[in-house]
Design a protein. Structure first.
Length: 283
């Protein structure tokens, strides 16, 4: 008998069954496509998020949807693969999250200010981290700073939100002074919203990017600073190593890699050495 591992759901959602075989298939597909390792406790998340795709694409079961996805061809195929990835990625962010990194960034920017600086913000999500970086750049080096921020994410929907640069006026992490300096307040129908000022947005180039992609050369010249925070926790050890090797190759010698508070890469001392609290220097 095939096990049904779907959680307790509403009548509208209970039309689908997520079997153990379906779940294992999802795990393999998302790992192959995006490097993400889903552990066994993520069945409810997978069911909740992918059942929406079943309804929207008209498939009667997970098996039917996954089979169609694997065999999909034509113009819509890549689009549905992107929807699949979008459904299964997690986006948790805030302005100036892990604040100690931004204090360290001030010193790192000043140390490199004699020439143009390239920064890569991977996992840009809905934009709070990229704009926090841009605010720090402007406050440290001025609005004419020779700094380029390349900000990427595998999830195209959150990236579209980031590009708009519109947030609620009560967004956490923004001081009143920064609100006045870096944002415009909405009026009328847009009351209660804020938009990033153009002089801040001009520093940033948003682009979709998959860390499993072979097209790393498309990122351009080497980076001085890389923010890749709370990304590696979703990868298994071999995938982490492969991504670290690629990040290493995309950075200048002596460049700095900022990572999440729960990420530790001391096993890759041949690539990076610890420079500060969750900050690594490229060897």
């Amino acid at each position: 008998m095939t096990a049904n591992i779907a959680p307790q759901l509403t009548t509208a959602e209970a039309e689908f069954k997520l079997t153990a075989a379906d779940f294992d298939r999802v795990r393999k597909l998302i790992h192959d496509r995006a490097g993400i390792s889903l552990h066994a406790g993520k069945q409810a998340m997978v069911y909740s998020r992918l059942s929406r795709r079943l309804r929207e694409t008209g498939h009667p079961s997970f098996a039917a949807y996954l089979g169609w996805l694997e065999g999909a061809t034509g113009p819509g195929a890549e689009g549905e693969w992107q929807e699949f990835v979008n459904c299964l990625t997690t986006n948790l962010t805030a302005f100036f999250r892990e604040e100690h990194h931004f204090h360290a960034l001030v010193d790192d920017l000043r140390a490199r200010a004699a020439r143009p600086i390239r920064i890569w913000c991977n996992a840009a999500s809905t934009g709070e981290e990229p704009y926090s970086l841009a605010m720090t750049v402007v406050e440290t080096l001025g609005p004419a700073a020779q700094v380029k921020l390349v900000c990427s994410d595998i999830d195209t929907k959150v990236l579209a939100t980031a590009q708009r640069g519109v947030y609620g006026a009560d967004a956490r992490g923004i001081t009143p002074e920064r609100l006045r300096r870096h944002f415009m307040r909405g009026t009328g129908a847009n009351s209660g919203s804020i938009r990033v000022r153009p002089e801040l947005a001009r520093l940033i180039e948003f682009r979709p990017f998959n860390l499993m992609s072979a097209s790393w050369s498309a990122l351009g010249d080497p980076f001085d600073l890389v923010f890749c925070r709370n990304v590696m926790i979703y990868f298994d050890a071999p995938t982490q190593r492969r991504v670290l090797e690629r990040i290493h190759a995309a950075m200048r010698p002596g460049g700095l890699l900022y990572v999440g508070h729960s990420e530790n890469f001391t096993e890759s001392r041949d690539l990076f050495r610890l420079r500060g609290k969750t900050i690594y220097e490229r060897v």
